[in-house]
Ligand binder design. Structure first.
Ligand code: G3P
Ligand code: MG
Length: 244
């Protein structure tokens, strides 16, 4: 069972920050998951929402600020407001953090609402750091995955599914992912069934499930034999795995 720290150790630390990633690296994890957007001046930045206001003390869209402007915002979580490791990181900063580790990085390209042509930039950075073997690129935007695959078909890609509509064009999610030609199905815990996992495995596809945060769901994912989970509490997930 591969355990990804979802947005870092985000259950205890501000999500998608260097602090949350650093704390996750202290745990026994397989990988980090993070979300990527592009700033106004073309930098790849790690933040979940298009709008900064939920997680940072400021207003406006990531796409409307330069990196220097984005770096000025303090995080919203009270205990971490002054923490310099709780600013909006660049993807490059996270690459620096993990470059001497064997951690896998799931880079989620957030292009559903604002598509900022970040595909080539992400691929260039992966190439620069020789991270081809240690990255999994995913997106809810399956057109974005097609763009990635057209640019480089030798990397691992994961198709994200959040509701049944995301694969409605095919008879089932496995068929949808197979046609897209991805390595993994990255699917919501609310959609996953044991039959889906078995069918995915029969078709040579991996199944990674998000966001797995409670013991009951954690045990269910072990029982379903999924390949991995994204959890805000990777340590709790490890504890549950050890029960077996
Ligand atoms: O990549 C798994 C998961 O992060 C997808 O949903 O909204 O948490 O980015 P979200
Ligand atoms: Mg994500």
């Amino acid at each position: 069972m591969k355990v990804f720290a979802h947005r870092g150790a985000s259950g205890d630390y501000p999500e998608n920050t260097i602090l949350a990633f650093d704390k996750a690296l202290e745990l026994d994890i397989y990988g980090l998951e993070l979300d990527v957007h592009k700033s106004k001046d073309g930098h790849l930045v790690v933040i979940h929402d298009e709008d900064i206001q939920r997680t940072f003390k400021g207003k406006g869209l990531v796409a409307d600020y330069t990196l220097a402007e984005l770096k000025k915002f303090n995080c919203r979580k009270f205990e971490f407001i002054e923490n310099l490791n709780c600013k909006i990181p660049t993807l490059r900063e996270v690459f620096e953090l993990i470059k001497n580790t064997d951690i896998t990085l799931n880079i989620e390209a957030k292009t559903d609402l604002i598509h900022s042509d970040l595909e080539q930039d992400i691929l260039d950075l992966i190439k620069e750091y020789n991270f081809e073997e240690k990255t999994l690129i995913s997106s809810f935007n399956h057109e974005c995955i097609k763009i990635f695959k057209n640019l480089n078909n030798n990397l691992k890609y994961g198709a994200l599914y959040g509701c049944k509509n995301d694969y409605a064009s095919e008879s089932n999610v496995v068929e949808h992912a197979r046609k897209l030609g991805v390595y993994s199905i990255n699917i919501s815990k609310d959609l996953i069934t044991k039959e889906m996992v078995d069918l995915a495995h029969e078709n040579g596809l991996k199944i990674f499930v998000y966001t797995v945060n409670t013991p009951i769901i954690m045990r269910k994912m072990i029982e379903f034999n999924v390949d991995g989970v994204f959890s805000d509490y990777p340590d709790l997930m490890n504890e549950i795995i050890k029960e077996n």
